[in-house]
Design a binder for this molecule. Sequence first.
Ligand code: NAD
Length: 413
Amino acid sequence: MSALDSANHQLAEAVKQLGLDDGLHQLLATPRRSMQVAVPLRRDDGTMTVLAGYRVQHNLSRGPAKGGIRFHPHTDLDEVRALAMWMTWKCALIGIPYGGAKGGVAVDPRLLSRNELERVTRRYASEIMPIIGPEKDIPAPDVGTDEQTMAWMMDTYSAHQGYTVTGVVTGKPVSVGGSLGRGGATSRGVMYATFSALRAAAVDHRGATVAVQGFGKVGGLAAQYLHDAGCNVVAVSDVKGGVYNPRGLNPAALIRHLRSGAESVVGYPGTDEISNDELIELDVDVLVPAALEGVISDENADRIQARFVVEGANGPTTPDADAVLEDRGIVVVPDILANAGGVAVSYFEWVQDLQAYFWSEDEVNDRLKVLMERAYDEVSELADQRGVSLRTAAQMIGVGRVAEAHRLRGLYP
Ligand code: NAD
């Protein structure tokens, strides 16, 4: 099942629960704008290659579009459409005034030099420039992109405007209009969502065992924050494989290991090697998938042993797998709730940029905690009331708020 199939399936479930009509369902399922661009790249050796780039604005009824930019070889228009749709529901769920968007370039950034990466980023930014801007659509980092990517995008946009426009992207370095606390925001939100889920089940997070798939921007710091808060992080992985130690890993040391040039967590001293498939099926309290879509599917759902799945990634669990996990009593904290900390602090960053007035890190983190805990409580209350999963409840709130915006604004003409 593709990410787009999953997103459409989840939307249909929310539409059914909310009793929305077919026309509105169709409107909510259809992206408002999809842009496909050619991104010609001059390689360092003088040859040229042309990459495919995308930007999809799924819905604009609650405010400007918002969503990350992915650099990954398998990115295509359908994946970007699915990710854009999830952004719409996520922003509505946590109550920030945005629609949803996503973008991407089909490229493996690890195979490009830094200069090539900068040229790809600047050309892609200039190709999608007609539809982005602080009042229109505000990109952010995602898989394969980072603060530096955002700095180049902001600079390219600003060069064309003739003045600095910090609010055109979020997830920038702090020295050029980024927000304190943005770097770790998604991961911190994953931690708050984990704690909320454990608290609701009367499980102490101290000593709870955790496995994290995807030791990148989200998974790396999620592992570190959970470890620092007293959880026992026993396994983490990246695209090359994973490491396991039942007595616990030290995520901060692993992050330092990668920053000092190691290509993978695999081979870190004092750990056993495990595969990504084995990691997903480990007997732990909490599993945090924080890599890509579709890693928990009907092929492995009956072998998941975790009691809680907290979705750091977007779309890691397919609808088939969701049904199996629900039957087996495994709590899934859905992506649009669990990883919403990133877009929450992106919103804070944008607000700070527009006002040119910056907050302290404590202010950012405190507001994030309030927002995440409130969203979790709303979702869990609706799930209890309606006897549905946390995923369906979260989708119902997000989809319901977007439907409400359409109803109030009416249809033009
Ligand atoms: P990233 O590129 O920083 O990290 C991705 C990690 O996943 C890397 O460790 C990579 O090696 C690993 N990985 C890639 N392919 C894999 C595979 N097939 N098997 C196992 N591991 C694999 O990306 P990120 O920003 O951390 O994003 C991870 C997920 O979180 C994505 O689903 C993204 O959409 C979602 N997300 C990110 C943010 C954010 O703020 N960056 C916010 C919300 C959601």
